[in-house]
Design a protein around this ligand. Structure first.
Ligand SMILES: Nc1ncnc2c1ncn2[C@@H]1O[C@H](COP(=O)(O)OP(=O)(O)OP(=O)(O)O)[C@@H](O)[C@H]1O
Length: 583
């Protein structure tokens, strides 16, 4: 089984980068050893010759072979580039991470200082520093390195700030982790991948900067030489012997491209590779939109299997042959412990799983639309209007920078092509239906101005902006207290009554599901273990379902004894009593 790194390297880009990196490494390590003599051997008789077979880049004014000098100069050019990039990154990490974990006022001061430095043209900063450290190779490295610190400081402070606000960082602080330990253990590892990408890309810019500084006579000084100096010398006779300037130019451009491609490769590795052509691509635009009657099931899934790619490049199946169907207007609940495959099943039904997943099914249809193939534009529009999705955390489902009204309107305007005024009226009605007071005023507010329960009801209202036939609610009340839970469930039921949509409610809580739904599907380990009418839960036959019911405490539960524990092997046998249940 190929590792992820091997898979990345065995692509055209990976192969090109590997060859480039090996060539640069070879010239850096062995160049001065193998070509040092040729690069310094003077031959006055053949001075300033043009390109020939013996001297592909020609010779300089002392008759030294320019190709050998370009190869030997790789070491100085690459080491200076890596040194300067290292200084920029180390300085940027120091400034950026410290800025991110500082108290607000100090952080703003540091960020303002970085912004001031960033407002200077970068070359000006490099020239300024090179005056301070003098016109030597080391001076140039320090100058270019220091000039890059504000760029990395800003990048790292932005990346680190988003991580520093995460719950796990707050938790680490509460546990007594100091700012430096928090930065090193919790912040830095989480910003490393984008940092690596930027480092590689920045290295190619740094390489060009050295060439520019040496070209201006401010970088490497004789008798040392790098590509910039060779370019400078060659440019004086560019009209007579162009290869004298083009030779070092080729080295600079190719090495810059290798660094940039390396950055690209890092960023490719960060993306999840698609799990092969998982959806059959048909000539979708020509497919007719199916006409469905309102008595046909809204969802039909038969032998649905969902797999994901694992870290080591393998594939693991998480949903194993789930079959279910949902009738129009029916409220179906899926219950099961964490990781049992409830959300993945619902996402597969909605066609929302990402490219790292493999969805296979004998039959997976939403109102006549085949969900195993890429939807056409018309089908996508219909899915947008007829499916509504409500997630556990409404704050991350709503765009924080757009007013609630604008987000509600967009559903009608984009998918339904409804004029703006009509969309606003519809949004007011939708908010009214989910019992949000003063809907006209609330529409103008941003999501953070809503309470948690109101945000969830706004998500339900968003579903009402189309013509929903299926509302998928994935743990919609888990983060809410009991009173607010009731408001949200009431809003869901109102929405279902006013539109006739079916609901697929996902929850851990079998008591909540049985009180709200017509039918309950019990899942464990990616399989349906039992399916039964909500009012017949007391007749559950599967030990896992009975265990789930027994785990729900009620007013008569003896609090002095532990709740029952569900045995590990109760998922072994599925109880297929569908005909009986759907009666
Ligand atoms: N994108 C993914 N890549 C790999 N594995 C995944 C992915 N999404 C889900 N899984 C795995 O699929 C299994 C089922 O996950 P799912 O989210 O459906 O569980 P769940 O029953 O909804 O749990 P919870 O109630 O905790 O949300 C889990 O083992 C999970 O780790």
């Amino acid at each position: 089984m190929r590792t992820r790194l091997a898979r990345t390297l065995f692509t055209p880009q990976g192969i090109a980068v590997s060859i480039g990196v090996l060539a640069v490494l070879f010239a850096t390590v062995l160049g001065p050893i193998l070509f040092g003599d040729a690069a310094s051997a003077r031959d006055i008789a053949s001075r300033q010759q043009g390109a020939s077979l013996a001297h592909p880049f020609g010779t300089d004014e002392l008759g030294r072979d320019l190709l050998a000098r370009v190869i030997v100069a790789t070491r100085v050019s690459v080491l200076l580039t890596l040194g300067a990039t290292g200084i920029s990154v180390a300085g940027g990490v120091l400034v950026g991470v410290i800025a991110a974990v500082l108290p607000s006022l100090a952080r703003r001061a540091v960020n303002a200082f970085i912004d001031i430095l960033l407002s200077f043209p970068w070359l000006l900063l490099a020239l300024f520093f090179s005056v301070i450290w003098g016109t030597t190779a080391t001076g140039a490295m320090l100058a270019v390195g220091f000039a890059g610190i504000p760029v990395f400081g800003r990048l790292i402070s932005t990346l680190a700030s988003s991580v520093a606000g995460s719950d796990f960082v707050h938790a680490a602080r509460i546990l007594g982790s100091g700012p430096l330990r928090t930065a090193a253990r919790h912040v830095l590892p989480n910003i490393l991948p984008p940092l690596l990408v930027n480092m590689a890309v920045h290295a190619s810019v740094t390489l060009l900067s050295f060439a520019a500084l040496s070209f201006l006579g401010l970088g490497v000084q004789a008798p040392e030489y790098d590509w910039g100096r060779l370019l400078n010398e060659g440019s004086r006779r560019i009209y007579v012997d162009p290869m004298a300037a083009i030779g070092p130019g080729i080295a600079i451009v190719l090495t810059g491209v290798v660094f940039a491609l390396l950055g690209e490769l890092f960023s490719e590795r960060r993306r999840n590779a698609p799990l092969r052509a998982i959806r059959r691509r048909t000539r979708a635009e020509t497919r007719a939109i199916p006409v469905v009657s309102d008595t046909e099931p809204v969802v039909r899934a038969s032998d649905l299997r969902v797999s994901f790619r694992t870290e080591d490049g393998g594939i693991v199946e998480r949903v194993h042959g789930v079959s279910l169907s949902i009738d129009p207007g029916e409220i179906v609940g899926i219950v099961g412990e964490s990781g049992s495959g409830k959300s993945v099943t619902a996402m597969a039904i909605a066609g929302l799983l990402g490219p790292d997943s493999l969805v296979e099914s004998d039959d997976l249809h939403f109102r006549g639309i085949d969900m195993t193939v890429e939807p056409t534009a018309a089908e996508r529009r219909r899915l947008g209007l007829e499916q509504a999705m409500i997630f556990q955390d409404p704050l991350s489902s709503l765009n924080p920078s757009l007013s609630v009204g604008r987000q509600l309107r967009e559903v009608s305007e984009i998918h339904g092509r409804v004029p703006r005024a009509a969309a606003i009226r519809r949004a007011v009605d939708a908010l009214g239906l989910v019992r949000i007071p003063e809907p006209e005023r609330r529409l103008r507010q941003l999501p953070h101005e809503f309470s948690g329960g109101m945000r969830q009801r706004a998500m339900i209202a968003m579903g009402l902006m189309g013509s929903p036939r299926l509302i998928i609610a994935d743990e919609p009340t888990t983060a809410l207290d009991v009173t607010v839970q009731r408001q949200v469930l009431r809003a869901l039921r109102d929405a279902q009554r006013s539109t006739g949509a079916a609901i697929l409610l996902i929850s851990h809580d079998i008591a909540l599901v049985s009180g709200f739904c017509d039918r309950v599907i019990v899942m464990r380990d990616g399989r349906v273990v039992e399916e039964l009418a909500a009012d017949r839960l007391d007749q559950a036959r599967h030990p896992y379902t009975r265990g789930l019911i027994a785990c729900v405490p009620d007013m008569a539960t003896d609090r002095s004894t532990p709740l029952p524990v569900i045995p590990a092997d109760t998922a072994a046998v599925a109880v297929a009593d569908t005909p009986e249940v759907r009666a």
